[in-house]
Design a protein around this ligand. Structure first.
Ligand code: ADP
Length: 824
């Protein structure tokens, strides 16, 4: 990029340098033009007090002094200057060819509308000092004034009789007035060369505008729009500066009013377009908010000044040129450098373009104002060259940016495709994992029950073998249930339906419980399960069921992925209100590239073939969410040495408020839990109740059969629907009803309502069995008089415990009703 800039700059110098040669013009050789300055004289009129008649007086004429410059230059001045060109007394060399007309080319300065000063007034004076004609340059009121697209003004003089010329010159900017006399033919020749140059400039700019316009229509990229504005403002500048606007546009007051304003404010317009383009091209807002605000403020000020300048006179306009344009340039350069430092590639091209423009402007200005460079075709066109190279470089910058954007889009698309492929892979894995996880235990249950039946037929098979088979069937069913439980949990988590029931829990005892459950998973592996919680009284606040679920997930994973060694459950203090619970194993560990993925749902790591890694990749995803509900985060220790270490924080008792705030995110969807309204079930062993009659109401025969077998210690009566149940109760009141909610015909609610017409909750307890656990459903059941509910799937022990819980009161009730009979 730097070389690009160097090249553009040296190219510009290369174009200019050969043109630097002194303007040696003399009047005694035949040639196409003469510089009149060395032969002319001037006087200064600081107070604008002279008119042409006073100038023509002998004493004023005597005060005229010679120029000692090739191009008369008076700098920034408010004075009026009178210039005398003694054409009548000059000995002009013979004409080169063609007619004998001369063209006097003057200026600028032109008169700028809205500025108080500016313009050239010309007087032709004969040898006796009589004024022959006068003309205000630029008005074209005098037929001798030619319409020219070159910088200054042109006036045709008849070759036979050349008169003296007096000029009254004033300028709103710096006063610089080249004076040239051309042979008419040469003037036109030179003009047509300039026309070709201008035509080329127009063509290039127009091509850029059109090309980018088409691109804008097809890709709708904002920076293209602003580039078009920049190039259009440059085109407009050419149109105005060449005077094409004035010469081509028909005489019309409104149009001329617009041209006047545009001629004056075109630089400002170019500045605004450039500032805005730069903001967008360099994405200034993205990497420097302050700079972007400054640019925006400047754009607003410039636009405001532009509007204001339409209705005011000189001062504000001068302010705009002297303050706003330099400030804009400085800001443009600073933004550019800043963007380069921040690594914005297009900024380098933009800087090169800006510098090319500034070099062009600088060269032209330095030859016009300070005459560092002589006037040549190249130096006089330096501004145009600069502008054109700027425009080309910016287009290059845009193309670069466009390519980069395209590349970014392609990358994003590729990423999206990769993600899709990954999602597709996860889906495939999920399907194969889930089907495998479902198929394996179902197959085992199927074959084992088949084998067991065979064995039962064969009386010689020891009952021990049958018992072992039943155990295996039980394990397979549990495994199935785990998959289903996990899927249901994931759905609840996704729907934010999990609510914690927080209570103070003894962490040591809870861990012991979990370890007891996990122990059978070890099988024959040489693994030690260690409860390293030293403080046996340590109490934390958590949801018992969910904390056990998290721990069991972590411990069963640890068992799965540890061939031998130990699994350690330990705590360490975190802060005053929390402790950190860790599950550490000495297993195969987790590779770094899998460490981030394993927490995603359905993601499993690559495990060695000898590790039996059953599961569908939901354990950690669910545990993570449950830990988050407890106000912490499940962390995988990245560098545990050997094996794996998962840890998370738990609040200690005394910090209830804290967890209440953290864990209440799904409070509005809070579900009713049995522990909300009934005491925890008593351990099964503690409940030795008497034989009771229990009515099971369920439309599914298999459910009735399973429950009957689970309640084999009681008298079980079955009803396949609500009506049947009510008729049974009418004939012979059972001690307890187990009622399914969802039944065809009469629902569980209706049955409950009917029963409560005759018996209250003490006389006939009802336990609802349901697969639905929405708050409204359960509330409704309890409102209608149910005593308790159990949601499916449930554990055999839980069912017994809950039934026994209700039946505890039976002997007292029986005794009470016996006493009443006695009393009667
Ligand atoms: P799953 O329920 O199928 O076990 P998880 O989400 O619990 O799924 O675990 C995802 C993956 O994380 C496992 O497949 C395994 O690769 C890795 N992983 C989890 N725990 C451990 C551990 N203690 N040691 C090694 N790898 C583990």
């Amino acid at each position: 990029m730097r070389t690009l800039f160097c090249h553009s700059f040296s190219l510009l110098l290369l174009l200019i340098l050969p043109g630097i040669k002194p303007l040696a013009q003399t009047l005694n050789t035949p040639q196409s033009f003469h510089n009149l300055a060395p032969h002319s004289a001037f006087i200064e009129d600081p107070n604008n007090s002279l008119n042409i008649n006073q100038v023509l007086s002998t004493e004023t004429l005597a005060r005229f002094q010679k120029f000692n410059q090739d191009i008369p230059f008076f700098g920034l001045t408010r004075s009026i200057f009178w210039i005398h060109i003694p054409l009548s007394s000059m000995n002009l060399p013979p004409l080169l060819s063609g007619n004998n007309n001369w063209i006097l080319e003057l200026g600028p300065p032109k008169h700028v509308q809205g500025l108080d000063r500016g313009g050239i007034e010309m007087f032709l004076v004969d040898a006796n000092g009589a004024i022959l004609s006068s003309a205000q340059m630029g008005s074209y009121a005098n037929t001798a004034e030619l319409k020219t697209i070159r910088g200054g003004f042109a006036y045709r003089l008849s070759g036979e009789n050349l008169h003296d010329v007096f000029l009254r010159v004033e300028s709103a900017r710096e006063l610089r007035i080249p004076l040239t006399l051309w042979q008419e033919n040469s003037f036109y020749d030179k003009s047509s060369t300039a026309d070709i140059g201008l035509g080329l400039e127009y063509g290039i700019l127009l091509a850029m505008i059109l090309y980018n316009l088409f691109l804008l229509i097809s890709i709708k990229e904002r920076s293209l729009l602003f580039y078009i504005l920049v190039a259009s403002s440059q085109l407009l500048f050419l149109f105005l500066d060449s005077k094409h606007a004035r010469l081509l546009i028909p005489d019309n007051n409104v149009l001329f009013w617009i041209i006047n304003i545009l001629e004056r404010d075109i630089y400002l317009l170019m500045g605004i377009a450039y500032l805005q383009f730069q903001r967008v091209l360099l994405d200034v807002r993205q990497h420097n908010q302050l700079m972007d605000n400054l640019l925006k403020a400047l754009i607003i000020i410039c636009t405001g000044s532009l509007v204001m300048s339409m209705f005011t006179s000189e001062k504000p306009v001068q302010f705009i040129y002297l303050i706003l344009i330099p400030v804009s340039l400085i800001l443009i350069l600073i933004t550019n450098v800043d963007a380069i430092r921040k690594g914005v590639d297009t900024a380098k091209v933009h800087l090169a373009a800006t510098l090319a423009f500034l070099s062009g402007a600088g060269i032209q200005l330095s030859y016009q104002v300070w005459q560092i460079f002589p006037e040549t075709w190249l130096t006089s066109q330096a501004f145009h060259f600069g502008m054109l190279s700027q425009s080309l470089m910016l287009a290059f910058g845009l193309a670069y940016r466009y390519n980069k954007l395209k590349l970014e889009i392609e990358n994003a698309q590729q990423l999206a495709i990769n993600n899709l492929q990954h999602a597709e892979k996860i889906k495939d894995n999920l399907l194969s994992n889930v089907s495998h996880e479902l198929r394996t235990p179902v197959h085992s249950i199927n074959s084992l029950s088949h084998i067991t039946r065979e064995k039962l037929n064969n009386t010689s098979v020891p009952t021990q073998e049958i018992y072992e088979n039943l155990n295996l069937i039980d394990n397979s069913a549990r495994r199935l249930l785990k998959v289903i439980d996990d899927l249901l949990d994931l759905a609840s988590i996704k729907n934010q339906q999990i609510t914690l029931h927080l209570q103070a829990l003894n962490l040591y005892l809870l861990t012991e419980d979990v370890l007891k459950t996990a122990k059978p998973l070890i099988g024959n592996k040489p693994i030690k399960l260690l409860n390293n919680i030293k403080d046996e009284t340590c109490t934390v606040i958590a949801d018992e069921k969910r904390l056990k679920q998290i721990l069991l997930n972590l411990i069963s994973n640890a068992i799965k992925f540890t061939p031998k060694g130990e699994i350690n459950i330990s705590v360490e203090p975190k802060d005053e209100a929390h402790l950190r619970l860790a599950v550490t194993d000495t297993g195969i560990g987790i590779s770094p590239d899998e460490q981030n993925q394993i927490f995603n749902a359905f993601e499993k790591g690559n495990t060695p073939v000898d590790i039996q890694a059953e599961g569908i990749g939901l354990g950690l995803a669910i545990s993570q969410r449950l830990v988050e509900l407890h106000g912490s985060k499940l962390d995988l220790c990245k560098n545990p040495g050997r094996g794996t270490k998962f840890s998370f924080d738990l609040p200690l008792t005394g910090s209830e408020e804290l967890i209440k705030n953290q864990g209440s995110e799904s409070g509005s969807k809070r579900l009713l839990k049995r522990s909300d309204y009934s005491p925890s079930p008593l351990p099964v062993s503690h409940l030795k109740s008497e034989k009771a009659s229990i009515l099971i109401v369920d439309d599914e025969a298999i459910n009735r059969m399973v429950i009957s077998q689970q309640l084999s210690g009681h008298n079980v009566i079955q009803a396949s629907g609500g009506a049947e149940a009510l008729s049974i109760i009418n004939k012979q009141k059972p001690d307890l009803v187990l009622l399914d909610l969802m039944m065809p015909g009469m629902s569980g609610y209706d049955v409950c309502k009917e029963i409560r017409r005759t018996y209250n909750q003490v006389q006939l307890p009802i336990i609802i069995l349901t697969a639905r656990n929405h708050l409204e459903d359960l509330n409704k059941g309890l409102e209608l008089g149910a005593n308790d509910y159990i949601s499916k799937p449930y554990h055999h022990e839980e069912l017994i415990a809950r039934i026994n819980n209700q039946l505890k009161l039976l002997p007292i009730i029986n005794q009470f009703s016996g006493n009443r009979t006695l009393l009667k």
